[in-house]
Each structure stands twice: as structure tokens, then as C-alpha cells.
Design a protein around this ligand. Structure first.
Ligand code: NAP
Length: 302
């Protein structure tokens, strides 16, 4: 039975992240009262303007979270350890901290919890990072509160790193690059998530989402070349070599290994399961436009 009371006040955990900042914007644009839960308020930068309140918390410490959700109707968790270099174990962020947040949400009897997860997340997945997200999803469902799970494909913001590689003239492809996928704009993703949060009939569902353009991964080089107006060569790293690299990355510690395993393991998994890693399309933004705008901005700055 959908909860009919409207959601007017939201708290966003992970508000300083790429996705988190865009979620703040989407929430504010829909007239919501917005509370950001962050560890370093200065990292909000211009997104500070979308916040009515900023609470400084340590999401890995349940005591620090006490009372942080009082007075809000819903929680959006966009936390996750991606490229953060601090020594905090990824599991502690992706699973344990989410569990702390969910317990606090239950304590405050919120009307909905939204979790930004990742495409293919599952407790049974061979890739550790996807298993952690799957575990967080299960913990969310076990709260018994209305929930929303969004499982996005790669973000445009992460594809920017690929663009930077292409600027140097070469695209290094994990495997042959034929696996299909559809990266998604953070604007489209945040709008989608907040709209579903505000619609009780959309709750208690899991939404895998990607952008409107589905293409083989190696076409990232073509898109970048078009924007750069110069050729970009595609060089293939055979999967056996990538797997070897993943094994060696263990020497750099678990966090580094998990990240390497994520990048190689997801491609490996998609290639051995029909080579189609695309997800249902949402939104109107295109990667080529994103690259062009960001490249232009970068050139103006330099
Ligand atoms: N990037 C992608 O392509 C992609 C694709 C699909 C799904 N996702 C998922 O979407 C979520 C958000 O991604 P994103 O790209 O926005 O990530 P991001 O920019 O790295 O932001 C992650 C957020 O989590 C917080 N965080 C990380 N470690 C923390 C710690 N030890 N203590 C406190 N806060 C911590 C960060 O705080 P600080 O700013 O203080 O570090 C930041 O607010 C993640 O769960 C990710 O797995 C990402």
C-alpha cells in the first residue's frame, strides 16, 4: 500500500560526490527542503547553494549519525567508495555505512529510502564491488520501509577519465571492446531518482538505468575523436592480461584490487553473458555533448 503522505524534506548522504551533487540540484529544483550529510562540507562547492542544511557526519560511525535524519521524510544514499584514496575499507562504506544509515532511517520512521546502487549488483555476483552493492540492497529491503533502488550504468563523469586518455591519442580497451553499454548523464539520473522518490506508486522497485545511446565500449574512442577532432587509436588489452593485472593489484592492497577487479571483472562478466551490458534507457543527454562542453570549458580555463 503506497504511503500517500508527500515527501517534502530529504536528506542526501554522499552529497559531495558526483552523483550526490546532482541529486541535491534535482531535489532543490523540485522545491524540496534539502539536508546534505557530508564529512567535508567544503567539497560541496557550488552545490552548497542547493542545501538548506548541512550536517557534518561520519557515515562509518553510527553514533555520529544519531539524529541526523530527524525532521526529514526521506533519505537518499549516494555514498560509495570509488576512487577515494583513504584507507577506509570499501565494505565499510558500501555496506556497513549504508546499514548504519538505514538503521537511522528506520529509527526516524522515514517514508522512503532511496539507494543509488550499480547495474548488475547482486549478492551472488563474482565481482566484489557488485556483491557489496547487492548486500546493501538486501539490507535496505530488510528495513521494511518503502524503498527505491536505482542501478545505473557508468556515469558520464567517469567516462571523462576515458576522454582524458583519448586526448593522449590512444584508447586502451579492456578486452576487444565489443561489449555493449549505455553510460548515463548524472543530470538524467538525478532527475529520474528524485521523480521516482516523489511518486509513491514507484516505490519498492529496482530500476536498472542507462543513457539513451547504446554502443560498443570501443566506440568511446570514436566519440572522443570526434570531439577532439583528431584520430584516436584503439589498443586492445587481452582479457587474460587484464586478469593477470587484477591478480597483481592485490599487492597494492584490497581497495586497489577491488577497483581493478571491478573494471576488468564487469567487462569479463558481460562478455561471457551475451556481450550486452546495456540497461533500460532514460534521459535525453548524450555523451558526445557532455565531452564537447567539458572539453570546451577545459580549453577556456587552460
Ligand atoms: N561512477 C560511476 O560510473 C558509477 C556508476 C554506477 C553506480 N555508481 C555508484 O553511485 C554512487 C555514487 O558514485 P559517484 O561517482 O558519485 O561517487 P563519488 O563521486 O566518489 O562520491 C561518493 C560519495 O561517498 C562519500 N564517501 C566515500 N567514502 C567515504 C568515507 N569513507 N566516509 C564518508 N563518506 C565517504 C564521498 O565523500 P567524500 O566526497 O568526502 O569522499 C562522496 O560523497 C556509488 O555508490 C557508486 O558505486 C557509480
Amino acid at each position: 500500500m503506497p504511503n500517500e503522505l508527500p515527501i517534502r524534506r530529504v536528506a542526501v548522504a554522499g552529497a559531495t560526490g558526483n552523483a550526490g551533487k546532482e541529486i541535491l540540484r534535482a531535489a532543490k529544483q523540485r522545491g524540496l527542503f534539502v539536508r546534505a550529510l557530508v564529512r567535508s562540507p567544503h567539497k560541496l562547492q557550488e552545490a552548497r547553494d542547493f542545501c538548506d542544511e548541512i550536517h557534518t557526519v561520519e557515515i562509518t560511525d553510527p553514533v555520529s549519525l544519531q539524529g541526523s535524519l530527524e525532521g526529514v521524510d526521506a533519505l537518499i544514499s549516494a555514498i560509495g567508495k570509488t576512487f577515494q584514496r583513504d584507507a577506509t575499507p570499501r565494505y565499510l562504506v558500501d555496506v556497513t555505512a549504508n546499514k548504519h544509515l538505514f538503521a537511522e532511517a528506520k529509527h526516524s520512521n522515514l517514508r522512503c529510502i532511496a539507494l543509488l546502487s550499480v547495474f548488475m549488483a547482486s549478492t551472488a555476483h563474482p565481482v566484489a564491488l557488485l556483491r557489496y552493492k547487492g548486500e546493501a540492497e538486501e539490507a535496505l529491503k530488510q528495513t521494511g520501509l518503502p524503498y527505491l533502488i536505482v542501478q545505473p550504468s557508468g556515469f558520464f563523469s567517469d567516462m571523462w577519465e576515458v576522454f582524458r586518455m583519448c586526448e593522449r591519442g590512444v584508447f586502451w580497451s579492456v578486452g576487444d571492446g565489443t561489449a555493449l553499454f549505455n553510460p548515463v548523464s548524472l543530470i538524467d539520473l538525478a532527475d529520474f531518482l528524485v521523480d521516482r522518490l516523489l511518486d509513491p506508486s514507484a516505490h519498492n522497485q529496482t530500476y536498472p538505468v542507462g543513457g539513451p545511446d547504446i554502443f560498443p565500449m570501443r566506440d568511446l574512442a570514436k566519440i572522443a575523436a570526434k570531439v577532439l577532432q583528431k584520430p584516436v587509436r584503439v589498443r586492445q588489452l587481452p582479457l587474460w592480461l587484464c586478469r593477470l593485472f587484477v591478480s597483481l593489484s592485490r599487492l597494492a592492497g584490497r581497495n586497489a584490487w577491488e577497483l581493478a577487479q571491478f573494471f576488468v571483472g564487469t567487462v569479463d562478466y558481460i562478455q561471457s553473458h551475451g556481450n550486452d551490458g546495456s540497461t533500460p534507457s532514460i534521459g535525453t543527454h548524450h555523451l558526445e555533448d557532455y565531452f564537447r562542453q567539458r572539453y570546451l570549458k577545459q580549453n577556456l580555463r587552460d
